[in-house]
Structures are given as C-alpha cells and as structure tokens.
Design a protein around this ligand. Structure first.
Ligand code: TMP
Length: 239
C-alpha cells in the first residue's frame, strides 16, 4: 500500500490518500484540543494509544457484526481504513450523566440512567457543533431518515458491546462520541476513532477519570490515564 498526498489535517489526525481509491491512511497525532479548539496542548504518546485502542475496539465491533472502516494497522500511529464520506453528525451515547448533559440539564455527574440516551450534534466547527434532533438532520439533508435509523441502531449496539468490554476491564463507559460514513454503495459504516479522546472512561471502583476530561479540566496525570486504560485493554486481550 503506497501512501500518497495529505488530503486533510484535523485536530487529532492526518488523512492521506493511497494508491487504492477506496482506501485511506489515518495518522494519529499527539495534539489535543478542547472546547472547539480554544484549548490546545500535547498529550505525549496519545497518538499511539488512540490508534491502537481504536483499532482493537473496531476489530471487536466488526467481529460482533458492526461494520467499521478499520482495515489494517500499519504502524504504531498509522492505520489503513476504508474511504467514506463522513455523515456530518457527532453521535453521542450516554450511560451516566456527565459533561454537557450534566451542565445543560442540571444533573450531577455520575447519575446512572435507566437506559442509554442518544443525541446528535451537527459537525460544524464554525457553528460550534450545535445540538440537533433527527428531524433537523433530515431538514439539513445531513442524512436520510433511514440512515438515521441505521446510525441509531448501530450506536446503541456499539454501546452494549463496548460497555460490556470495558466493564470486564474494570472501567465504566460513561459516554462516547461516534461518527459514521457512507461507502460508495451508500451503506453506513462506523468511522473516525474510539479512544480516550472520544469516550469518558471512569475507573469502575474509584470513579477516577481515565480520559480526555483530565486534559479538558486540567486535572493532571493525562498521559498516565491514557496509558492506564490502554494497559487494561491490552491485559484483557492477553487473557
Ligand atoms: P459532552 O458531554 O461534552 O457533550 O461529551 C460527550 C462525549 O463525547 C464525551 O465522551 C466526549 C465526546 N466528545 C468528543 O469526542 N468530541 C467533542 O467534540 C465533544 C464535545 C465531545
């Protein structure tokens, strides 16, 4: 597989073309941003952890019947993925109240929901990724009602699978963000990444935060937290 031109550089990743028009190479960086890029920093080693973690989780999901963009890990920071057109939605699934949910609705962080919630944001940095409902998404032609049904069903399925997996690692999956893409045949697959940048992961016993909230909230120990969740995942996989 030959790496060709840089197509896109995002906040945490670079995306390259390859000699196969259906495949791209994603390269993970150590750069971290929060609050729509207002806060900037570096989390040393993050790119390696996010790449490996995302790949292992996507491989697991794929094995359980969730279609993903994952093809092959090429190096510690680079992965071959299927080329998709990204559906410009951030899909957020929550099992416990935290973050913007807690702020918006005045609910203490850590309150456990009877059943998971789902919400969509319009992926648009200029507008600050505003929250929208599925009717708005259709009105804005971001996705069809059928695609939204598929996205919702896949997201809840991903939640069930990841919640169970992380619980076996002694980690509570609080919430996470997914992005989906369309293949050329129109089918919807899971894309982007699943990492401590995009999930809230709490130690199941102590409630200690093991994710990007340590960076967002200046809690310190960011690198150690990323290393710790990766260690637990690796240990689980080795068993
Ligand atoms: P929130 O509580 O800030 O809305 O975040 C919910 C989840 O989504 C949390 O696990 C972090 C993740 N997330 C991203 O991956 N990217 C983002 O831009 C935002 C705002 C949240």
């Amino acid at each position: 597989m030959e790496k060709r031109e840089l197509l896109y550089e995002g906040k945490a990743k670079k995306v390259y073309a390859t000699d196969d028009p259906q495949l791209l190479i994603v390269a993970y960086k150590d750069d971290a941003t929060a609050f729509n890029g207002q806060k900037k920093g570096t989390i040393t080693g993050k790119g390696v952890i996010s790449n490996r973690m995302s790949n292992r989780l996507m491989a697991r999901l794929e094995w359980a019947g969730v279609p993903t963009h994952f093809v092959e890990e090429l190096s510690e920071r680079e992965t071959l993925v299927k080329r998709v057109t990204i559906v410009p939605l951030e899909v957020i699934v929550r099992n416990l109240a935290a973050g913007s949910f807690s702020q918006r609705y005045g609910v203490e962080e850590g309150v456990v929901f009877d059943r998971p919630t789902i919400e969509f944001s319009y992926k648009n940095d200029e507008l600050g990724d505003p929250l929208l409902n599925s009717h708005h998404a259709v009105a804005l032609k971001l996705a069809t009602p059928e695609e939204l049904e598929t996205i919702q069903a896949l997201s809840f399925r991903v939640n069930e699978l990841l919640k169970e997996f992380w619980s076996q690692c002694g980690v509570t999956l609080v919430d996470f963000k997914l992005e989906f893409g369309r293949l050329t045949d129109g089918s919807i697959i899971l894309a982007d990444e699943i990492s401590p940048d995009t999930c809230r992961l709490w130690d199941a016993k102590t409630g200690e935060k093991l994710d990007k909230d340590r960076f967002r909230r200046d809690l310190g120990g960011v690198e150690d937290a990323y290393a710790e969740v990766m260690r637990r995942l690796t240990e689980h996989d080795a068993q």
